[in-house]
Design a protein around this ligand. Structure first.
Ligand SMILES: *Cc1c(COP(=O)(O)O)cnc(C)c1O
Length: 505
């Protein structure tokens, strides 16, 4: 690096080299311009009567190359796993092997319609059934509900199954409290609340795990269950998970496990052996699939013997003439709690997940989780003398730092992350989990090369040296090399401007 950074250069055009300043499409072109040359239409009999438009259509007028450039430039502003390292903790942003994409586009898979008669979609049903078999085997669980569309949707599925089981036992009116560790992902308490439960928070120990004594003290006849993430959102394995499972069962409750962090333990730990009753998998995290920006995902939920009868419709059965779907309660010999979504699940994600599993094989999946844990511990080992690791000892697939190392520098976690953007790195997850101050949660995944991690480490060490040298202003200014600098993220979330109008300009 060396020397002080040149101030952000102003250009005449507003573009910075190949980073183009791109206005909204409505601000480009002019009225009446078009990319196609159509003959004038003779309007003879106008049958629209008084409904005929009098004012302008208001569409932007652009030539074809203007349109092509506009959208190509916008697409180039996208940051994705294919353009750079994506160390977002909790999100498992891993490389998506191209073989998955090729298989998802195969004729017969890519052009399926969910309303096709099952007799014409036997291969697709077999694919879902095979994926279900892999999932049940990896988790050592007897059943899986395939339809939930994402992790949070899987949580809803699991908690609705628990509610249905409690209703079946005649205890739904009594068991209204769900225990949730304070490090939990926000979707856990939100799901419990959405299902009508009250949420009771369990504190963490100094080691970043559930405080077992505090948890036991909260047990009682009104407890419906616990929602526990394992490995947890601090990137740590809950060592007392079996004791927790036994205690919640003794108290008459169920054990919901948030399985979003399954990437750390695939092929090494079978959640069924830990005594869980249900757990969602984020197929789009653990088993590849491009995700982010709200989709697509899939959140199948594995279920224990106790909860399996309550699995939602539809589900696949092996019928006399091949695979069949049970679509209605009347056709079910179990007690499905209802239906979570139209159709049978996210087929495109299923295909990618199964392609990922089969191309890795059981040994490859185990290798992937091992490498993910190794990569996270490499970051921990190479950064711990500079940045403050929140909890001692080995981590799992992600490593948690807090902002102690920035104490007295005048630099915040946010400032530090903004400076990373100028260096070409997507920031890690910030300010989550809430159990430590100014969290920086990094998840490298198994698919990053050592060279990538080394450059990342070198960059963070360099930035920290700068922070410790007293150059807080450098961080307050960052980012300086991006198309936009510090945005008012709160205003963008609270008062989004979603409609362009000519008067506003
Ligand atoms: C990602 C995640 C979820 C939610 O999953 P979505 O697919 O985004 O709905 C829940 N819990 C944890 C720990 C997660 O990391």
């Amino acid at each position: 690096m060396g020397g002080s950074q040149a101030p952000a250069q102003q250009t005449i055009s507003g573009s910075k080299g190949l980073d183009f300043a791109e206005p909204l499409i409505f601000e480009l072109g002019e009225d009446g311009r078009t990319g196609v040359d159509l003959a004038d239409v003779k309007v003879s009999d106008n049958r629209l009567g008084g409904l005929r438009r009098k004012d302008k259509v208001g569409l932007p007028g652009l030539s074809e190359p203007q349109v092509v450039r506009h959208y190509t430039r916008l697409s180039q502003k996208n940051y994705g796993i294919d353009s750079g390292f994506y160390p977002l903790g909790s999100c498992t942003m891993k490389h998506n092997p191209r073989v998955n994409e090729k298989i998802a586009r195969l004729k017969g898979l890519g052009d399926l319609h969910p309303m096709q008669p099952t007799s014409t979609a036997q291969g697709a049903l077999e694919l879902i059934d095979t994926l279900a078999h892999w999932i049940k085997t990896l988790c050592a669980m007897p059943a899986v509900a395939m339809s939930p569309a994402a992790g949070a949707h899987g949580e809803l599925c699991g908690m609705m199954a628990i509610k249905a089981a409690l209703e079946d036992r005649g205890e739904a009116d009594v068991r209204k409290r769900v225990l949730v560790p304070e490090s939990a992902h926000g979707t856990n308490p939100a799901t419990a609340a959405a299902c009508g439960f009250s949420v009771d928070s369990i504190p963490a120990t100094e080691r970043g795990r559930v405080d077992f004594a505090a948890f036991k003290a909260k047990l009682g006849p009104d407890v419906a269950g616990i929602m526990l993430t394992n490995p947890n959102t601090c990137g740590l394995f809950e060592n007392e998970v079996i004791e927790i499972a036994d205690a919640i069962h003794d108290a008459g409750g169920y054990f919901y496990c948030d399985g979003a962090n399954f990437n750390a333990i695939v092929g090494r730990v079978r959640p069924g052996d830990l005594g869980i009753d249900c757990m969602h998998l984020n197929l789009h995290k653990t088993f590849s699939t491009p995700h982010g920006g709200g989709g697509p995902g899939a959140g199948p939920v594995v279920l224990s013997e106790a909860l399996a009868p309550f699995a939602p419709l539809p589900y696949i059965v092996h019928g006399k003439d091949g695979f069949d779907l049970v679509e209605h309660k009347a056709d079910s010999d179990a007690k499905p709690f209802g239906r979570l979504k139209g159709y049978h699940g996210q087929m495109g994600v299923f295909i990618r997940a199964l392609a990922f599993m089969m191309s890795h094989g059981a040994d490859g999946l185990r290798q992937a989780s091992s490498d993910a844990v190794l990569n996270a511990n490499y970051l921990r080992a190479e950064l711990q003398d500079q940045m403050s690791v929140s909890f001692d000892g080995m981590c799992m697939h992600e490593v948690l730092f807090d902002d102690h190392f920035l104490k007295d520098t005048g630099v915040t976690t946010l400032d530090f992350a903004k400076a990373m953007i100028d260096e070409g790195f997507h920031p890690m997850t910030m300010y989550f989990p809430l159990v430590v101050h100014g969290a920086l949660l990094m998840e490298p995944t198994e698919s990053e090369a050592k060279e990538t991690l080394d450059l990342y480490i070198k960059t963070l060490r360099g930035l920290n040296a700068r922070a410790q040298s007293g150059d807080a202003q450098f961080f307050k200014n960052a980012p300086v090399l991006t198309p936009r600098r510090r945005l008012d993220e709160t205003a963008a979330a609270r008062k989004p401007v979603l409609r362009w109008s000519p008067d506003a300009n």
